[in-house]
Design a protein around this ligand. Structure first.
Ligand code: ADP
Ligand code: GLC
Length: 489
């Protein structure tokens, strides 16, 4: 039987190509395109941060009125364009007071904007108003993380007349960020104080946006199978495991895919030397370039380990910091690219100052991220928790074997090297200790130097793997149909 195609509105606070702080942006750029390819009508909505140049966008003639409770009605502009290499329309909500700032969520000194509650309540309501203005009639509104997690509640209260048959799906990309705010924001939401209770939106007298979204969405998903289980335990839930277990019947795990038009060493425009599994010489040249770029000794016979990621506790930077000197005592080079916690930026800069086989770039650089993926022999990702993780999957395609902690998406995507059966695509440990990390790196180095055949066979297996967005899009389609059944029963 031919299934009806769905109208899907995808709301996200960041979309790669326009604004990005992490993997959410990669997903928000790729998943809508994959959904379109399997036959659905999709539109994407995000804020127009003022780092996004409006001259490349089309301005819609009308304005959106957005009710903000006691603050009255605010009027937003709307821009639109299509996602690169696709026909998926993306709309930008324009309102200088909230989005005319340098950062997405925080100011340059790293402190969150004090009005993030109002900023994202405003955005969430604008999403619903836009849907009405466009007469889009969504079957599904797909919200992502706390920023848009009030949408499922708004659809059942303030906006119920327009969305009575629309179902909502909330994807959790990270449990650590829940959107906890002063409860007065309930008045700005205009949903009624009866929703401020311990089952729905309240946590210790605070408004918890993510909790609210989990309660009201018809389906909730996370970005790996393992993380979908982990968040229902105290270790990974940041306080919401009881709430999540209570909604366990509607929680699903869908692994992110990879946009192989962006992350593919055979066509990657950031690389001076493209390569592929059958022609690997370019990889060695990329390695030399990275060594040169970072001022490391240029030589082929030393293992180069790369790290790209936010300097956040989540990413295991504490483990790396504790283990780094012991690792650097080995015959190895390490390069790191990242920004974030100031202590880490300072600590690793200091290591770079003292150790000739370690180099660091503090900052955000798309080009360097690609070059490090290509030039490194191994990729370090010892996360304490990892909802999915994209860099280890990119690493596989680049033949850069991941050294990971077996948590969340890292555990789902990385198969540990098995010396007896010659199987696996990386090196994995489980204990969140610097010793476990240290000995796993030593193990990986031993294979790199002493069993080159096994190492190369593993690279070939890694490069042959395919994490397709089409598979993920099909899994989301099933979740959408489940959500619709829940909504309309
Ligand atoms: P998270 O979303 O938790 O940060 P992911 O692995 O899902 O982790 O995604 C991180 C994304 O951000 C990847 O595309 C990665 O290459 C990119 N990234 C992170 N830090 C940097 C950086 N300093 N420079 C360039 N890209 C970065
Ligand atoms: C979050 C997670 C990361 C995941 C990304 C995209 O930022 O930290 O693990 O890959 O979202 O889903």
């Amino acid at each position: 039987m031919h299934k009806k195609s769905l109208n899907i509105l995808f709301a996200a606070s960041e979309v790669a190509g326009y604004a990005k702080t992490g993997g959410l942006a990669d997903v928000a750029a790729a998943l809508p395109k994959a959904l379109k390819k399997i036959g659905h009508n999709v539109i994407v909505v995000m804020p127009r941060y003022y780092t996004i140049d409006p001259s490349k966008l089309e301005k819609l003639p009308a304005s959106l009125g957005v009710p903000m409770g006691p603050m009255g009605e605010f009027w937003a502009g709307v821009y639109k364009t299509t996602l690169p290499k696709s026909e998926v329309e993306i709309y930008f909500i324009d309102f200088e007071h909230y989005f005319g700032r340098h950062g997405l969520y925080e100011s340059d000194d790293g402190s969150s904007y004090h009005d993030n509650d109002n900023r994202f309540i405003f955005f969430s309501k604008a999403v619903l108003q836009l849907s009405k203005m466009l007469h889009f009639a969504p079957d599904i509104i797909h919200a992502n993380d706390w920023h848009t997690a009030s949408i499922p509640l708004l659809m059942k209260t303030r906006f119920v007349h327009d969305f009575a048959h629309t179902a909502s799906v909330l994807t959790i990309h990270n449990m650590q960020h829940q959107g906890n705010f002063f409860k007065g924001a309930i008045d700005v939401l205009e949903v009624g104080w009866n929703h401020f209770n311990a089952h729905e939106c309240e946590s210790y007298d605070i408004l918890n946006m993510l909790k609210c979204g989990i309660y009201h969405a018809e389906a909730v998903s996370t970005v790996s199978y393992k993380y979908a289980q982990e968040i229902q335990t105290p270790e990974f839930s940041f306080g919401l495991d009881g709430h999540l277990r209570g909604h366990g019947h509607k929680i699903f795990g869908v692994l992110n895919g990879v946009d192989y038009e962006e992350w593919n060493p055979s066509i990657d425009p950031y690389l001076n030397h493209n390569y592929d599994v059958d022609a690997m010489s370019g990889k060695a040249q990329n390695k030399r370039e990275i060594q040169e770029h970072f001022g490391l000794e240029v030589r082929d016979d030393v293992a180069l380990i790369g790290f790209v990621g936010r300097f956040a506790e989540q990413k295991g930077i504490g483990l790396i910091a504790s283990a780094i000197h012991g690792i650097l005592d080995q015959h190895v080079q390490i390069v790191m690219l990242g920004t974030g916690e100031k202590w880490a930026e300072g600590y690793f800069s200091d290591v770079a100052h003292h150790r000739p086989n370690f180099a660091l770039h503090v900052g955000y650089s798309e080009a360097l991220a690609h070059k490090i993926e290509a030039g490194s022999d191994m990729f370090l990702m010892p996360s304490l928790f990892e909802p999915c993780g994209l860099n280890q999957i990119y690493s596989l395609r680049y033949g850069t074997l991941p050294i990971v902690r077996g948590t969340g998406g890292l555990d789902d995507t990385i198969v540990n090297f098995d010396e007896h059966h010659q199987n696996g695509n990386g090196f994995k440990f489980y204990d969140a200790t610097s010793e476990a990390l240290y000995y796993t790196v030593l193990w990986a180095l031993r294979i790199y130097y002493n069993d080159k055949e096994a190492f190369h066979a593993m690279q070939r297996r890694a490069m042959g793997e395919h994490f397709s967005w089409q598979d993920s899009a099909e899994a989301y389609e099933n979740i959408y149909r489940f959500a619709l059944e829940q909504r309309n029963q």
